[in-house]
Design a protein around this ligand. Structure first.
Ligand code: BES
Ligand code: ZN
Length: 585
């Protein structure tokens, strides 16, 4: 039987538990020439092994003795890719697949030098979550099958290869650099990650460095100086950090996410370098995944809330520990606002199913189902449980949850059974079925309260008093709550007072541009176009395109800009933005 609606892996087949990977990075052809030795947990019975692949050109598959094995590659499904069936001889413990990736591999983006900060060298990076690992390695690409791995990466000598793994060494061999890596802790395949580029590092703490292009690395080191304190706070809340190092890699601007929790090496968007340290919370989120995600993940995309909901909860607890409950409540309020917006959108689109925590995603591309719902509805559900059980009991419960499912993958049903056993009666009191299978947000959902938050909410559309000082988060929240349209003289005054169009803080900038576009304050259209053509983070692209599409005067601009920028977008961002344009906003 299939283990996961997004994988061909079959629970009756052998389990792949380890990978030895060798790959040559070919920037000219935009391919990886690779070999993958897949090791099984036990000697196999004779019979088939189903692996996930997408766009791989397979040259041969051999057994341990080097003899060729029979295999067949099924048709490419647009979402799942192609099922590779290898016929295992009785007693097989390992197979080796030699293959080349496609130049269109969905996990990879190959950047030309002009698309990087330095402009001189090409750059390559991977993004495997949710189901793209199969486009670079043949695997059982479901979080239910974890693997350890070793890797040898051959890269041009002028460049540095990095992997989300432990570094073992770099040697020169016939004019190329060979970098060796190993990952002894079992990871879900979506956490397999690599990047190659002109990269330098700076120390952030005893267990952390930040990697970035040389022209960016000092600013990045300043921006992320709090990482060590976050690690300490995370360990105090959730127990020892299991992944040895916590390094951060600043990606080129086309990186489609804010951050990606690749183990030992979190990937982040360069838009986090705001010059005010205000975006470090994204790092806090990715760090939190070290416990809630990388250690205990969701069994399949249908239970994604167990990954991101727990991580949002943990991120806000880290923020509370480091910055205090007032700041954490402000962040919680921003999250709630984004959540309500996402739910309204899904309902409008007739996709209310995606506002449930437990989803049904057979035949649905997880990238196209992505939203903040699993994050923020998941967080609110956990907070509701915390509310009735009390923080002390909840923390003990969270600790036992992480311990019991360590290096595992959990379904919603398993979570509910565990919670009922550990906190009897609590699920009934929070009306768990409304959260899990109901659409929207239950009316008794926990609300955020704090004095500073109330002060912002009370302002409404009024200009803040001249002596008030806003943190970027407060400014963001105030802007997001403004009515629209606002009068042009108000827009001009706000822009002037807070320097919004020019701000380096992308959260604030995008919140502002949305208000301004919706108000017909067309002074900002040049800056909007600049953002849409230089930044690839979907969190910013989508609301800006939507704001432009909402007005007949600016809708054509949205389509024009997309035509111009699409080629430089990451393939995931291109597909998701195109979906939004096709839906008319
Ligand atoms: N793991 C996610 C990013 C992701 C999710 C990639 C699904 C592919 C598929 C990451 O941890 C994340 O949630 N990033 C957020 C940051 C945040 C919530 C602070 C982002 O990218 O905005
Ligand atoms: Zn996350």
């Amino acid at each position: 039987m299939r283990l996961d609606p997004h994988s061909y892996a079959d629970d009756a087949h052998a389990k792949v538990v380890a990978l030895d990977w060798e790959a040559r990075v070919d920037f000219g052809r935009r391919v990886l020439e690779a070999s993958a030795t897949l090791r099984l947990d036990a000697p196999a019975a004779a019979g088939p092994l189903h692996l996930d692949t997408r766009g791989l050109t397979i040259t041969e598959i051999t057994g341990e003795g080097g003899g060729a094995l029979a295999y067949s590659l099924g048709a490419e499904d647009p979402i799942l890719g192609a099922c590779l069936t290898v016929t295992l001889p009785a007693g097989a413990r390992a197979i080796t697949v030699r293959y080349t990736t496609s130049p269109e591999a969905s996990a990879l983006q190959w950047l030309e030098p002009p698309q990087t900060a330095g402009g001189e060298h090409p750059f390559l990076f991977s993004q495997c979550q949710a189901i793209h690992a199969r486009s670079i390695i043949p695997v059982q690409d479901t979080p239910r099958r974890r693997i350890t791995f070793t890797a040898r990466l051959r890269v041009p000598v002028a460049l540095r290869g990095l992997m989300a793994a432990g570094f073992e060494g770099r040697e020169l061999d016939a004019g190329v650099a060979v970098e060796r890596w190993s990952m002894p802790q079992p990871i879900a395949p979506y956490l397999f990650a690599l990047a190659v580029g002109d990269l330098a590092s700076r120390e952030l703490g005893a267990r952390s460095v930040v990697w970035a292009e040389p022209s960016v690395v000092d600013a990045a080191a300043w921006e992320f100086a709090e990482v060590d304190a976050m690690l300490t706070a995370g360990e105090a809340l959730f127990g020892p950090y299991s992944w040895d190092r916590f390094d951060v890699l600043v990606m080129p601007p086309s990186f489609p996410y804010g951050g990606m929790e690749n183990p030992r090496l979190t990937f982040v968007t360069p838009t986090l370098i705001a010059g005010d340290r205000s975006q470090a919370r994204v790092i806090g989120h990715e760090l939190a995944h070290a416990w809630t995600g990388n250690l205990v993940t969701n069994a399949t995309a249908e239970h994604f809330w167990l990954n991101e909901g727990w991580t949002r909860y943990a991120e806000l607890r880290i923020a509370e520990a480091l910055d205090g409950p007032e700041i954490a409540s402000m962040l919680g309020a921003l999250c709630r606002r984004d959540l309500d917006e996402a739910i309204a959108r899904f309902q409008k689109e007739g996709r209310g199913q995606l506002t449930r925590l437990r989803t049904h995603l057979e035949g649905i591309d997880p990238d196209l189902a992505f939203s903040v719902v699993p994050y923020d509805k998941g967080n609110l559900f956990l907070r509701a449980i915390e509310g009735v059980s009390g923080r002390e009991r909840f923390d003990a419960f969270a600790g036992r949850y992480l311990e019991s499912f360590r290096f595992g993958a959990v379904t919603t049903e398993e979570f509910l059974a565990f919670t009922e056993a550990e906190l009897p009666g609590v699920l009934a009191r929070v009306e768990a079925p409304l959260w899990i299978d109901g659409e929207g947000i239950p009316s008794h959902a926990p609300a955020q309260r704090s004095a500073r938050l109330d002060a912002i909410l009370e302002l409404g559309d009024a200009m803040p008093p001249a002596d008030s000082t806003f943190t970027p988060t407060e400014l963001n929240l105030w802007l997001e709550r403004l009515s629209r349209p606002m009068p042009a003289d108000f827009c001009a005054a706000v822009d002037e007072r807070f320097g919004l169009t020019k701000t380096g803080n992308m959260e604030v900038k995008v919140a502002w541009l949305r208000v301004a576009i919706a108000s017909g304050y067309d002074v900002v259209l040049d800056e909007t176009e600049r953002v849409l053509t230089t930044v690839g983070r979907m969190k910013y692209l989508l609301p800006l395109y939507t704001a432009l599409l909402a007005r007949p005067q600016t809708a054509p601009l949205a389509r024009r800009v997309f035509e111009r920028a699409a080629a430089s977008y990451h393939p995931i961002a291109r597909a998701v933005v195109k979906g939004r344009l096709d839906a008319g906003g």
